[in-house]
Write a protein that binds this ligand. Structure first.
Ligand code: GLA
Length: 374
């Protein structure tokens, strides 16, 4: 009788421990140079998958995902300590905005007014300027529902901030679902016509961060076309077919197979640094890409409502950054799959519009879904 009672209590405790594992834990992460406190939120799902996000730049700091044997590894580049993000940091894990990627010559015209942005990438403007969304402190709150861990980040961008018109209210919700998906929901409104392009700049290595280069990852990108670039990585405006080029990932191909090909676009990108025009399959979320790391069996699928995907193979990483555990992040030691509108859309009327008007809501969703293969 007593034994039975003990067993029931024991099982109950185990069950409780399992169900209680899912949740959000908040801790202090550091202080900005201006003395603003910054926190770290660790979201854990019922399968033990874990993502740590800071409200500084809405950055994904770590993402622990199981391999085919159930062994977890952190698959994103970053720093152990907050101060790392204040130094030499190429947007590790960051929310990028107001305009992800480049705007040519740091200039665009909207409703007859010319707007001037910081030229922080040669003559172009990159990822929202000198102090983009990646360097702002966001307001954060636990947004978990029905036992599914989530946090909501909010930021109010003042009219004229970094040269962009309109007061922009942005919320981004990160959810870690029971299906091992990191889901990102973006919402924005404005009080004046403006332009907007929001993305997440996580650097992935599915073998685990710091585990060599990503050239043996096998990628599929569901795109028949891409936007070719000029020497400053601004799109020429053309939508070119990937057929017969090193950018053809319509069937699974090793990232390294053609990364050094004798091809003008590969030379200009120093590898892959291109926006793919995703093949839409109706409305809502659709598959943008799938990438497999053969030795661990980790698989990541990218689903999005956005029209483009920047596939960037960490060509600018050069070994000068020492990340988590002091690991050296060398060239091509990670890849980014940034869902987005096309670069330089404000100056390319033929591209899908990035204009947001007052009274309208910008919404978009991207899902990074993790699984394993044999
Ligand atoms: C984006 C760009 C790259 C590079 C990185 C940041 O992915 O497309 O060219 O600027 O950001 O280093």
């Amino acid at each position: 009788m007593i034994l039975r009672l003990l067993c029931t209590v024991g099982l109950g405790l185990i069950f409780l421990a399992m169900t209680q594992a899912a949740g959000v834990k908040k801790s202090a992460f550091g202080k900005t140079k201006a003395g603003e406190p910054v926190d770290l939120y660790v979201l854990t799902n019922a399968n033990g998958m874990e993502v740590a996000i800071t409200n500084y730049g809405g950055r994904v700091v770590s993402l622990k995902v199981p391999d085919r044997t159930g062994k977890f590894a952190d698959v994103v580049l970053g720093f152990d300590n907050f101060d790392g993000y204040l130094g030499n940091d190429p947007y590790f894990g960051a929310l990028v905005g107001r305009y992800a990627n480049r705007i040519a010559n740091g200039r665009f015209t909207l409703d007859g007014h010319e707007y001037h942005l910081a030229q922080n990438d040669g003559k172009n403007s990159l990822h929202g300027g000198l102090k983009g969304f990646d360097k702002r402190v966001w307001r954060a709150k636990d947004a978990s529902a029905n036992g599914v861990p989530a946090i909501q980040l909010a930021y109010l961008s003042a009219d004229g901030e970094e040269g962009y018109p309109g007061t922009l209210t942005v919320t981004v919700t990160y959810t870690l679902t029971a299906k091992n998906e990191l889901r990102i929901d973006y919402l924005a409104t404005t009080d004046k016509p403006t332009v907007l392009n929001l993305s997440n700049h996580s650097y992935f290595n599915l073998a685990g961060e710091g585990h060599g280069d990503i050239l043996s990852h096998l990628a599929t990108i569901y795109a028949d076309r891409f936007t070719p670039v000029d020497a400053t990585l601004i799109p020429t405006g053309e939508l070119a077919s990937v057929a017969g080029t090193p950018l053809d990932f319509r069937t699974e191909t090793a990232v390294g197979a053609h990364i050094n090909a004798d091809n003008e676009q590969i030379e200009l990108g120093r590898g892959y640094d291109h926006n793919f025009v995703l093949n839409r399959t109706g409305g809502g979320l659709y598959m943008a890409a799938r990438i497999v790391e053969p030795s661990s069996g980790r698989v990541m699928e990218v689903l999005t409502t956005q029209p483009g995907l920047q596939f960037y193979t960490g060509n600018f990483l050069d070994g000068t950054i020492h990340g988590k555990g002091g690991k050296v992040y060398g060239r091509r030691s990670a890849f980014c799959m940034e869902t987005q509108h096309f670069p330089d859309s404000p100056n390319k009327p033929q591209f899908p519009s990035v204009v947001l008007n007052p009274g309208r809501r910008f919404t978009s969703t991207t899902v990074y879904r993790f699984a394993t293969s044999n």
